[in-house]
Design a protein around this ligand. Structure first.
Ligand SMILES: [Fe+2]
Length: 288
């Protein structure tokens, strides 16, 4: 996989136009203007208007409360390296992260319900992307490792940035999965557009949707390939407003397979998710 190498100190420029979409009453993702789909697929990011029914305020309050060192949810157990209350090495990001099958046990009921609302958004985005790729519907389930029909793996993470460290907020990277849904409360997110990092402003009333590597992989032989967006979060200072984020990752079943189909429904390639993610890890390590 070819990824661009961008010096971490490269200046950001302003003024990128990020397209906007909504989720219609029939749950279909809809872009507001002609050409927006092209732009979103080329950038790998778009804004999504917050659906009216989404219980965002409750979820934000839950995330904000995690700043308190005595918050009991900081004691959620660790499950492997990816779940639990985790501080990332060499990044400012600290997060409570849990996969879907643990939400009911470890998150409050309203937060678990919020996660299921994000599942529905994730499925709408995936179905739209697969539809735009021209891959026939009967192949979607196998292409997406189960995610497009409500399976797969999802993470619901509550993030904040620890300003005691002078690291990057989050180092430049691409997300490995299909789709990332982000609600951020303060500036700092930047995306790489043609080798230049560009600010993605926080837009009240909107979520930011990122495309990841697995989405790019499964649409590679379709009529329209999604771009995995390279992005970073600037180092947060203690004088900045505290940057909280709610991050939802839509992924394939981590023990399963993802398949590449073309628009005729012919299988053109496949990979176990484990080896796909290992390849991505290797590419990123080689670039570091
Ligand atoms: Fe990311």
């Amino acid at each position: 996989m070819v990824q661009k190498v961008v010096p971490p100190n490269m200046q950001a420029v302003e003024g990128v136009e990020i397209p906007t979409a909504v989720i219609a009453e029939d749950q279909a993702l809809t872009f507001s203007a002609t050409g927006d789909v092209d732009r979103a697929w080329q950038l790998g990011i778009f804004y999504l208007e917050v659906p009216e029914a989404l219980n965002l305020e409750t979820a934000r309050a839950f995330g904000t409360a995690l700043l308190d060192p005595t918050n009991p949810y900081r004691d959620v157990p660790h499950f492997g390296e990816l779940e639990g209350f985790i501080a990332l090495d060499n990044n400012q990001q600290t997060k409570l992260a849990l996969r879907r099958h643990r939400w009911d046990q470890y998150y409050p009921p309203q937060v678990a319900e919020f996660g299921r609302q994000l599942d529905a958004i994730g499925v709408s985005v995936m179905q739209h992307v697969l539809s735009e790729s021209g891959i026939p519907k009967p192949m979607w389930q196998r292409a997406s490792g189960g995610y497009s029909s409500g399976g797969g793996t999802a993470f619901l993470n509550f993030v904040h940035y620890d300003t005691r460290h002078s690291y990057w907020g989050l180092r430049p990277h691409t997300d490995y999965g299909f789709v990332t849904i982000l609600d951020a409360t303060a500036p700092g997110l930047q995306v790489d557009i043609d080798g230049v990092f560009v600010d993605v402003p926080v837009r009240p009333g909107y979520l930011a949707i990122h495309f990841g590597e697995a989405l790019s992989y499964i649409t590679a032989y379709g009529e329209r390939q999604a771009t995995a967006v390279r992005h970073r979060v600037l180092s947060q200072r203690d004088c900045d407003p505290i940057r909280h984020g709610i991050v939802y990752f839509a992924n394939p079943d981590l023990d399963g397979m993802v398949c590449q189909f073309d628009a005729h429904g012919h299988e053109r390639g496949s990979s176990s998710v484990v080896s796909l993610f290992e390849r991505l890890e290797r590419d990123l390590t080689e670039l570091a």
